[in-house]
Design a protein around this ligand. Structure first.
Ligand SMILES: [Fe+2]
Ligand SMILES: [Fe+2]
Length: 183
């Protein structure tokens, strides 16, 4: 029986187990994001959305670097599923891009919406504890919301079968989060 963890007092550091889990899943997610955009760029290198995708990809690299740094400093082992996210992220990026620029953008909207909810939950769980981790999450989350807006501006919702694509990708992203927190 798992009881709900007590709230931390402001300035407290959340229990190391919890924060290690957070860093592990965030590192995995940001890694996955870099792979999605790599896959998209492999297909859409010369498309009119390439510049925007490249910009988002660069920000994902910064997010990943932050969580890599935290993982190293705190000796958090990466998820054992990295090889899976390496392949699955790239495949998702390439597949969505093959459906067109709007579908690629629909992929970004779906992923970023799930990630936004995920980061929001983590911020709640930290409840003012672990300011260093909280800052990494806050920064990444703000960028993810900007990515979602960029993708919406690129007519993501005009993609063919938008609702279907969106629902499928969101399910996949939630599953990836669930697995990366545990394995
Ligand atoms: Fe990110
Ligand atoms: Fe993002």
């Amino acid at each position: 029986m798992i009881s709900k963890r007590p709230p931390y007092l402001p300035g407290d550091r959340a229990p190391a187990n919890d924060t290690a889990r957070m860093i592990r899943v965030d590192q995995a997610g940001e890694y996955g994001a870099t792979r999605i955009y790599k896959g998209q760029l492999a297909v859409l290198r010369r498309g009119h959305a390439a510049g925007a995708i490249r910009e988002m990809a660069e920000q994902e690299q910064c997010h990943l670097a932050q969580f890599d740094r935290l993982a190293t400093e705190r000796r958090v082992r990466p998820t054992a599923l990295s090889p899976l996210w390496h392949v699955a992220g790239y495949a998702l990026g390439a597949a969505s891009a093959l459906l067109g620029e709007r579908a690629a953008m629909a992929c970004t909207v779906a992923v970023e919406e799930v990630i936004d909810g995920h980061y929001a939950r983590q911020e709640d769980d930290l409840a003012g504890g672990d300011p260093e981790l909280a800052e990494a999450i806050r920064t990444a989350r703000a960028d993810e919301l900007a990515h979602r807006d960029t993708a919406l501006a690129h007519e993501a919702t005009e993609a063919p079968a938008y609702e279907l694509i969106s629902a499928a990708i969101k399910t996949g992203a939630r599953l990836a989060i669930w697995l990366s927190e545990r394995i």
